[in-house]
Write a protein that binds this ligand. Structure first.
Ligand code: UDP
Length: 327
């Protein structure tokens, strides 16, 4: 594969779950990495190990405001955004701003630096999908004014403005549509199903399944996702590409798997299904297979074990719920 050592890469959302794994990957490839994060949902613990690395630097900055980075940049990967339904409810305006104003600022920076820009889009652009599995040609079924609208519409706008910069300014752009992903460094209290269930198992609380648990998701282990993103960045394909694991499971069965894995003797309790919670989600990854030669390799059983080991290794104060930094 292409040698990108010594390229300079800006990664926004660097202290977050995916951003921190991307920092690790690009450092491993010999790149010079500039991490940026406003630390609202991200945590410096995720990138603590990189601070002593000569090829890593960090800016504590909110990309919704004008972004300045001295020196050259070859690639910009925009991964800054709250990314769980609980976060959108707590910080809806920031969620809208980072996907819209933040993306605009970074596209401007990419133009000045003549850098290639990759944006983190999402399966949420498909909303509560009416086609199954979802391929990239499906336009989606999104409620713009529902609780998820602030994220979904920001991401849809993000795709639109990124394509516009590509067609109008000739900027090199890449769009990845990320499906549910899990692994070490997820925030235990971000409200997502996997950290919620594992956190409950750790604290000896009941496992909260929303609705009747028949809604489905397809979970991709983080290492697989990072590999897909890396390949997309280095490809010459400017249209959206789904990256996810098509191995679909109902949330009820997923909760049972976690109960078995963790050995918790807690029971499942059913809570109301949140508004606009998608009923079914599974990526069609034909395009990723054809264009990137990529498909996921880590089975859920293996990825879940690694994630559980990570959560178990956290200090006690991390396991007890805490709220994120105030805005
Ligand atoms: N979910 C659940 N219990 C929880 C947290 C989430 O049953 O404590 C459900 C949620 O309603 C959704 C699914 O698990 O149907 C996946 O939720 P997550 O927030 O992980 O991802 P998203 O809905 O954004 O795909």
């Amino acid at each position: 594969m292409t040698d990108i050592s010594n390229k300079r890469v800006l990664i926004t959302g660097a202290a977050g779950f995916l951003g921190s794994h991307l920092c690790d990957r690009f450092i491993k490839e010999g790149c010079r990495v500039v991490g940026m994060d406003n630390l609202i949902t991200g945590s410096l613990q995720n990138i603590e190990h990189l601070f002593s690395h000569e090829n890593f630097e960090f800016y504590h900055h909110d990309v919704s405001k004008f972004v300045f980075v001295p020196g050259e940049l070859d690639y910009i990967l925009h991964f800054a955004s709250p990314a769980s339904p609980i976060d959108y409810l707590k910080i809806p305006i920031q969620t809208l701003k980072v996907g819209s104003l933040g993306t605009h600022n970074l596209l401007g920076l990419a133009r000045v630096k003549k850098a290639r820009m990759l944006i983190a889009s999402t399966s949420e652009v498909y909303g509560d999908p009416t086609v199954h599995p979802q391929n990239e040609d499906y336009w989606g079924n999104v409620n713009p004014i529902g609780p998820r609208g602030v994220y979904d519409e920001a991401k849809r706008f993000q795709e639109a403005i990124t394509m516009a910069y590509h067609t109008f300014h000739g900027l090199e752009t890449r769009i990845v549509r990320i499906f549910n992903t899990y692994g070490p460094r997820m925030r235990l209290n971000d409200g997502r199903a996997l950290p919620a269930f594992m956190g409950q198992a750790l604290r000896g609380e009941d496992i909260t399944v929303f609705g009747d648990g028949s809604q489905t998701r397809s979970f991709c282990y983080v290492d697989d996702l990072i590999e897909g993103i890396y390949r997309l960045l280095l490809s010459d394909y400017q249209f959206p590409v789904n990256i996810g694991n098509p191995d679909e499971i109902s949330i009820g069965d997923f909760a049972e798997e976690i109960i078995k894995l963790t050995g918790t003797d807690q029971k499942i309790v059913y809570k109301p299904l949140p508004q606009d919670d998608p009923k079914q989600r599974q990526p069609d990854i034909t395009r990723a297979k054809e264009i990137l030669g990529w498909e996921p390799k880590v089975p859920r059983s293996e990825g879940m074990k690694k994630t559980w080991e990570y959560f178990k290794s956290l200090p006690e104060w991390e396991i007890t719920p805490r709220s994120f930094t105030s805005v």
